[in-house]
Design a protein around this ligand. Structure first.
Ligand code: SF4
Length: 465
């Protein structure tokens, strides 16, 4: 069971009834087990400060007399919490026990969110098609014993016996059922658990390497460790995640000030390092756009190789052919003039007007300005936006110690600055080329009202004579 990555705590509660909001816990029993077997058994009666219905007493044997002098949950919660911390908690019908526990901890203003397994659900998976998965049925089926049935420690011991017997006879099936139920990630066989534990909780970019330091995958997250574990949690469901888990040998992480920094760094690294399992991001130099200036009287032009002009460039196409096809689609859908769009040579009128495919700009049915206005409308959705500021801006991100200012101008990311001197240097340095992915990341981020408030105009440094 060491493969689950955390020790187990078999838990059982006795209560005054079935409603966590009203009823209270009268007894708790915990059996902690690790790879070597039972570590500790612990139980405590708990004064519920409530009347105990006679039918409950008839079932558990716990009555008001027994509970005289017992601690309240407030008095016992730290001892219980210390025993459950870092454990996967397993209970028979866990929803009931964990519902009561969460409510009890909530009343003490203590967060209680352990990984949970339910032994009823495990039994259903391990004994498919068999009827009866209550504790008595389990005991009868597997020959388990219980000296104190319906008492917390007695029942917790039965759950522990069930686990021990399953681990001894059907370990792989048990582990698979546990992992699937608790979504416990199965770490790659060649990756030390400490390597995952060392990953930060906060934002950053992670690089997953395979054999011979082959870079497999680059990802980003605002919760790096959680995201990396998700890759391995899914490894039985998605072929790609399974391949990733099988090939992983080491993970490197670069912490960032926040989500924007992580997005930008991830995008840059994927282009530079070309990991084998990432979707290939194309550099702007590899893409084509449509260049068109409203009112200039020229048709849109296909431009390949990174010459992007915000406000006058449209779309991002893998080839010149795709760009041209996109323009043809726009012409057909909007009834625009093929000749005015540069898709056909000649001066018109042509066949298009006769078959009512266009609105007859060449014969004055609509003016050139009306035609171009309709073209502008049609292209608006794929237009690369004009830079909305008079000059460069700073965009602050991160908490006090991690805080940086992202310096951006004309949708070009110049870098992250920690102080004014950094800002000055970034503004003086040679600018990288316009990059479409950076543009999209920045546009999304800056138009989000939550982040847009962090924008601050910056002054360009004076150019030395
Ligand atoms: S008829 Fe005139 S407006 Fe229509 S597509 Fe031909 S040239 Fe253009």
């Amino acid at each position: 069971m060491a493969a689950l990555g955390a020790p187990l705590a078999c838990l059982d509660l006795e209560t005054t009834g079935g409603h966590p909001g009203y009823d209270r816990i009268t007894e708790v029993g915990v059996v902690r087990i690790d790879a070597d077997g039972v570590l500790e058994e612990w139980s405590s009666l708990i004064d519920p400060q409530r009347w105990i219905p006679p039918q409950i007493t008839a079932l558990t044997g716990i009555d008001a007399v027994m509970l005289e002098g017992a601690p309240t949950f407030r008095e016992v919660h730290e001892a219980l919490s210390a025993r459950l911390e870092g454990h996967i908690v397993i209970a028979h019908n866990a929803r009931f026990d964990l519902g009561f526990l969460r409510e009890a901890f909530r009343r003490e203003d203590v967060s209680f969110q352990p990984a949970v397994l339910c032994s009823v659900k495990l039994s259903r998976v391990l004994f498919k098609g068999v009827r009866g998965h209550g504790l008595d049925a389990l005991m009868a089926r597997l020959g388990l014993s219980c000296a104190a049935r319906h008492r917390a420690l007695g029942d917790a011991r039965v759950v522990a016996q069930f686990l021990e017997q399953m681990a001894a006879t059907r370990l792989e099936a048990l582990l698979t059922a546990c992992r699937e139920q608790a979504q416990i990630p199965s770490l790659p066989a060649h990756l030390a658990p400490e390597a995952v534990e060392a990953l930060p909780d906060g934002p950053g970019v992670y690089l997953i390497y395979g054999e011979h330091d082959l870079l497999l995958y680059i990802g980003k997250s605002v919760h790096v460790r959680r995201r990396v574990l998700e890759h391995f949690r899914n490894d039985h469901r998605a072929a790609r995640e399974m391949r990733l888990a099988q090939q992983t040998r080491r993970i490197e992480c670069m912490e960032t000030a926040g989500e924007l920094a992580a997005l930008l760094l991830e995008s840059r690294l994927i282009k530079e390092r070309r990991p084998v399992m990432n979707r290939r991001l194309r550099r702007t130099q590899d893409l084509c756009t449509l260049a068109w200036t409203f009112g200039a009287g020229r048709p849109p032009e296909v431009v390949c190789g990174g010459a992007v002009v915000p406000g006058e460039s449209y779309g991002a196409f893998r080839t010149a052919r795709e760009a041209r096809q996109a323009l043809q689609r726009v012409a057909a859908e909007r009834g625009l003039c093929d000749i005015r769009l540069g898709l056909q040579s000649g001066s018109g009128p042509c066949f298009g007007h006769q078959i009512k495919r266009c609105r007859g700009a060449c014969v004055g049915v609509e003016s050139p300005a009306q035609h171009d206005l309709r073209l502008a409308e049609a292209l608006q959705a794929i237009r690369i936006a004009r830079w909305p500021y008079a000059g460069p801006i700073g965009l602050r991100e991160g908490g006090d110690e991690q805080s940086v200012q992202h310096v951006i101008d004309q949708w070009i990311y110049l870098g992250a600055a920690r102080d004014l001197q950094d800002v000055d240097e970034l503004l003086r340095q040679t600018r990288p080329a316009f990059d479409l992915d950076t543009y999209r990341i920045l546009l999304r981020f800056m138009t989000d009202p939550q982040h847009g408030r962090a924008v601050r105009p910056l002054v360009r440094p004076a150019v030395s004579p």
